[in-house]
Design a protein around this ligand. Structure first.
Ligand SMILES: *[C@@H]1O[C@H](CO)[C@@H](O)[C@H](O)[C@H]1NC(C)=O
Length: 237
C-alpha cells in the first residue's frame, strides 16, 4: 500500500536525519547543537504572551473524499497525523463544490483577537499543487491565507514569486502562523524565522486547516500528502 510504504520511507528518513544530527554534534558549536536537539522549544519566543487553547481531539475534524473510508486517506501513528489525497478524488460530500482534499479543520472558531497556529509539517517529495495549510474565512472569498506547495516550494497561495520556504520536501519544518484579526495582519514563520507578512482578508469567522487540498494551478501531482505533529493553537486577546 502506498501509504505504508511512504511512512516506512518517512521513518527511515527521520532515522537518517537523527543519525546525521548525532554524527554532526561534535562539530557544532554548543548553541547550534542545542537547537538541533531541542527542536520546537527553540521557537518558544513566538508563542510568548499567548495562551495555549486546550483543544479536544474531537475538534480535529478530518474532511476526506466522501466515498472512501477514513483509513484510506488518513492515518495517525506515534503522534503524527498523515493525510493523503489523489487528484482524481471526490470532494468531501456529493454536493460540496470544493476539490479533492484530506484536511483537518481545527474546530475552534474565532472572530477577534490574535490567533496563532503552530505545527511541524513534513511533505514527501512528489507532492505538488496542494494547499497544506489555511486560515479559513474572509470577506469576499473562502480564505484569509493559504500555504501551497509547488515543486518543493512553500508559497503564498499559488504565487510562485512569494516563496515562503524552499526545499521543503522530506524534512520536518516548524510552521507558526499568526493572525491578528483586528489589525488585519497575517505573519508566517518557518523554523522560527519570519518569512511572510500578508494582509488580512476580512471576514467574521475563522479557523485553521491543515492537510492536503488539491489546487488547480501549476499541474497538481496525482498523489498529495502531508504529515503533521505538535499541532497547537494559541490566542492573545
Ligand atoms: C515583515 O515586516 C517586518 C516589519 O513589520 C519586517 O521587519 C520584515 O522584514 C518583514 N518580513 C518579510 C518576510 O517581509
Amino acid at each position: 500500500m502506498a501509504a505504508s510504504s511512504s511512512s516506512i520511507s518517512c521513518s527511515f528518513l527521520v532515522l537518517l536525519a537523527a543519525v546525521a544530527a548525532i554524527c554532526a554534534l561534535p562539530w557544532l558549536p554548543p548553541s547550534a547543537a542545542a537547537t538541533a536537539v531541542s527542536g520546537g522549544s527553540a521557537h518558544r519566543h513566538l508563542t510568548a504572551g499567548f495562551t495555549r487553547v486546550r483543544l479536544k481531539e474531537s475538534q480535529f475534524v478530518v474532511q476526506k473524499p466522501y466515498d472512501v473510508p477514513l483509513r484510506d486517506r488518513y492515518k495517525e501513528s506515534g503522534g503524527v497525523r498523515i493525510m493523503w489525497v489523489f487528484a482524481t478524488d471526490k470532494p468531501i460530500s456529493n454536493t460540496h463544490p470544493g476539490g479533492a482534499r484530506t484536511e483537518i479543520k481545527v474546530n475552534e472558531i474565532y472572530s477577534s483577537g490574535v490567533w496563532q497556529f503552530e505545527g511541524d509539517m513534513f511533505v514527501p517529495s512528489g507532492t505538488s499543487g496542494a494547499s497544506v495549510m489555511q486560515i479559513f474565512g474572509a470577506a469576499t472569498h473562502a480564505t484569509t491565507l493559504m500555504l501551497h506547495v509547488y515543486d518543493g516550494k512553500l508559497t503564498y497561495y499559488h504565487d510562485l514569486s512569494r516563496v515562503i520556504a524552499d526545499r521543503v520536501y522530506d524534512r520536518w519544518i516548524r510552521l507558526n502562523v499568526v493572525h491578528d484579526v483586528g489589525a488585519g495582519k497575517v505573519t508566517v514563520f518557518v523554523d522560527g524565522e519570519r518569512k511572510l507578512n500578508a494582509t488580512g482578508q476580512g471576514g467574521t469567522a475563522h479557523y485553521f486547516k491543515f492537510g492536503v487540498y488539491k489546487q488547480s494551478h501549476h499541474q497538481p501531482s496525482h498523489r498529495m500528502e502531508s504529515h503533521w505533529k505538535n499541532v497547537a493553537v494559541y490566542t492573545k486577546k
